[in-house]
Ligand binder design. Structure first.
Ligand code: AP5
Length: 208
């Protein structure tokens, strides 16, 4: 099964993707993670992307599309993939359709995780990520519950940048809800409930 995850920043896309990966072995392709790795490595792409990410803006399509195309071509897992954070605008969605059509790969569903903006600002001010294994948790966890390493706060999780990201989401990414509804692929889950309750509905909606 091949899935696109949609939803505002902090809606819980990565959290639900992680659960699906653990239970079903999907290949998790997160453009945010790929870009953060490029920034950390100090590559040409990372240096170009950094200023957009810190400002909460979308990284230009010209930088992101090649990154995703290359990563998608490496996807060899039989279980399928979860695209998290891509597409982020209509031109990325059109590019994805043509890349998948050329490779004769079908997209099965676009899963929208819905959460109100006020909940998101609070969630993201509390989010902490493990420096070693990437586990996502909260400020209540002094160290990573999975591997014991130090947790850090993402540079773009300050309240001002979160508000900018929400604005970008509303303007550029939310139109994809209609795009996938038009293709009869959209399923929506209420993400403002305990993680396991959200996950139970995700599985039911995806017939897993
Ligand atoms: P990206 O990394 O994709 O960030 P995002 O879409 O803003 O999403 P997040 O990772 O912030 O949130 P999430 O929905 O995964 O939530 P999470 O599960 O962590 O992108 C970052 C930047 O990279 C962009 O701003 C842009 O600059 C660039 N970029 C990326 N892709 C791009 C593209 N395609 N084109 C151009 N630029 C691109 O959960 C959040 C918190 O809530 C966590 O602390 C978690 O523990 C908690 N939580 C989760 N679920 C629940 C729940 N049910 N109840 C309570 N708490 C919960």
């Amino acid at each position: 099964m091949n899935i696109v995850l949609l939803g505002a920043p902090g809606a819980g896309k990565g959290t639900q993707a992680q659960k699906l990966v653990e239970e079903f072995g999907f290949d998790h392709i997160s453009t945010g993670d790929l870009l953060r790795e490029a920034v950390k490595a100090g590559s040409e792409l990372g240096r170009a992307a950094k200023k957009y990410m810190e400002a909460g803006e979308l990284v230009p399509d010209s930088l992101v599309i090649d990154l995703v195309t290359e990563r998608l071509r490496k996807n060899v897992r039989g279980a399928g993939f979860i695209l998290d954070g891509f597409p982020r605008n209509t031109s990325q969605a059109v590019m994805l359709d043509s890349e998948l059509a050329a490779a004769e790969i079908a997209l099965d569903a676009a899963l929208l995780v819905s959460v109100d903006a006020e909940v998101i600002v609070e969630r993201l001010s509390l989010r902490r990520v493990c420096k070693a294994c990437g586990y996502t948790g909260s400020a209540a966890q002094a160290s990573c519950p999975k591997c014991g390493a130090e947790m850090y706060q993402r540079d773009d999780d300050t309240p001002a940048t979160v508000r900018d990201r929400l604005q970008v989401y509303a303007e550029k990414t939310a139109p994809l809800i209609d795009y996938y509804q038009g293709k009869n692929m959209l399923v929506e889950v209420d993400g403002d409930r305990p993680q396991d309750a959200v996950y139970a509905d995700v599985k039911a909606l995806l017939h897993l």
